[in-house]
Design a protein around this ligand. Sequence first.
Ligand code: RIB
Length: 309
Amino acid sequence: MKRGVLVAGSANLDFVVRAPHVPAPGETVLGNGFATFPGGKGANQAVACVRAGGAPTRMLLALGDDVHAAPIEASLRGAGVGLDIVRMRGTATGVAFVCLAGDGENAITVAPGANARLLPEHLPPLADVGHLLLQLETPLPTVEAWAREARRAGVQVALNAAPAQALPRSLLGDCQLLIVNEGELAAISGRQGIGAGLDALDAPAVVVTLGARGCCARVGGEYLLQPGFAVNAVDTTGAGDTFCGTLVASLSLGLPYPAALRHACAASALACTRLGAQTGVPRQDEVRRLLAARPGDATEALAAYVGIA
Ligand code: RIB
């Protein structure tokens, strides 16, 4: 069985300033700490795939020829991600400016740099790939071409449609799994309400993440609810990426959707308890411990929030 995961997407160096709150337009806020962390939605998801255990994971990424490339490459190699690096000469590596507020929430601005120069022809051979995981921090025509080629090759395509933008129907048609947050669901589906948004999107499986509340999925015609795991959040950066990587790795290992969603929710909750996107991704034994400590969850409050009986 082909079960390797290929993540094709963005890699950034995150410049993180801790501040009492995220500044409003026109406001200046005095921060109280600065650090850099390896990030980028694609790279974070690749690390999460590996830490979820078992699924051999590769990543296609682009790096510039500046000093920001090395820490990203070192983090991915250190995590055990196999790398297909496109090195862009005379180009900056992607960077992200993250304002991290006291409650763990954040606001992020990305300068894509080399990520914006990834092209359809950069996709490596798909012979050992069972799942391809994509995001939208690389050019949309490139993402569309990768999804099309993967689908033709019989690869399961998962798209984390973040940051949100209008998606061509043909791209959705090439995806077996779409993962979005609430804002992205509303923006992409054009519908208000989680149930209506899920029903409006054509992919066979659609998952909407709901932050600390957990997640809701429509898989075939069935709705699945997975409540979140309560933690003390210090940094939510990369929590959604941890969810995506863990979910796809779990599916690639043959877990059914309910179990895969549970693993993904637990991993993303733990990711919020530490600073940094990739540094925050938990190990599989930590996820197992959390799952063992919380064998069952009440879904009533989540069902009421989602509006699904
Ligand atoms: O999802 C979090 C990520 O978004 C950060 O690591 C940042 O690099 C941006 O890509």
